[in-house]
Design a protein. Structure first.
Length: 295
């Protein structure tokens, strides 16, 4: 088995710089937020953003390519991530130099490095493990392509040719059927989000109609969950229903984002439905906390 290190680059440093800049910026913003709901959402976003960036920093630092008699292996995260590409499944390879030309679907990257999934010009959908675009090699299989950037690219290319893998021009394939709502991986979380939003919207209205809301209810809170504005039970119910409508709008936007990306990659499209899921869970948790605390 022959191991190839990725081309040296500033990819991990760039991602780490984005992480530091983003966390510092959000940390400064939170200093001026005096709303419990916004502060709670910001903290969740900061946590997700930090873990997301750290994942790709570690991936960039630990990436290695391996070639044996039967497979090409892309390893990372110190052995926790292993992608095995059977050599017999590779239809051909393609080389690209210069900047990366394409649209990022998931992951992180710029025009000089990329991790995740992208739609690349003249390549199509590619799983990107490219530390430097100056020596990018794309491996074409029936289902997808893999972008890599071995340091010894000429030697790596020679190994491909020895195994009968030739250079070819790829074609971009766009899915015509994008009825993602028929897929359980999308449909089930979509139904869950819709149900949560329905509960978020209708729950305060039912409490108001059944006269279970006090005469006065808090309408807004500071960062320490202390009420800073009070209103009638009716105002509270309509304020919470407004949050439900806001969540509906987010759900619709993410549905169309999923629909757009499903044209290129159905699996990557599913992740967008989890954004309104996290937001809906957050708003419902806060609503329940308010109701428990003040009713």
């Amino acid at each position: 088995m022959k191991k190839y290190k990725p081309e040296k680059s500033m990819a991990s440093i760039n991602i780490l710089a984005i992480l530091i800049f983003g966390d510092v910026l959000m940390g400064i913003i939170t200093k001026y937020i005096d709303s419990y709901i916004l502060l709670y959402l910001f903290r969740i976003f900061m946590l997700v953003f930090t873990l997301y960036c750290l994942y790709y920093v570690l991936l960039a630092k630990s990436l290695i390519y391996e070639v044996d008699n039967d497979n090409i292996k892309i390893s990372g995260l110190f052995g926790f991530k292993n992608i095995i590409i059977p050599i017999k499944s590779i239809e051909g390879y393609h080389k690209e130099e210069g900047i990366i030309k394409g649209v990022k679907i998931s992951g992180v990257g710029s025009n000089k490095f990329a991790f995740g999934k992208s739609v690349i010009d003249k390549i199509g959908i590619a799983n990107m493990y490219i530390t430097s675009s100056s020596k990018a090699i794309y491996l074409k299989t029936e289902g997808t392509s893999y972008g890599i950037s071995p340091e010894l690219s000429s030697e790596f290319e020679k190994r491909l040719i020895e195994k009968g893998i030739t250079m070819k021009e790829f074609t971009t394939k766009i899915n015509k059927s994008v009825d993602i709502y028929k897929d359980k991986s999308f449909f089930i979380p979509f139904i869950i989000v819709s149900l949560l939003i329905f509960i978020l919207t209708i729950n305060p209205f039912i409490l108001y109609l059944t006269r279970k809301l006090p005469a006065q209810m808090p309408l807004s809170f500071d960062a320490l969950f202390r009420p800073i504005d009070f209103g009638t039970g009716k105002q509270f119910a309509f304020r919470q229903m407004t949050y439900g409508v806001l969540n509906m709008i987010i759900l619709v936007c993410m549905y169309y984002a999923s629909y757009f990306y499903a044209k290129y990659d159905r699996k990557s499209a599913y992740k967008y439905i989890y954004i309104p899921l996290v937001i809906a869970v957050t708003f419902l948790f806060i609503q329940i906390r308010i109701i428990i605390s003040f009713i």
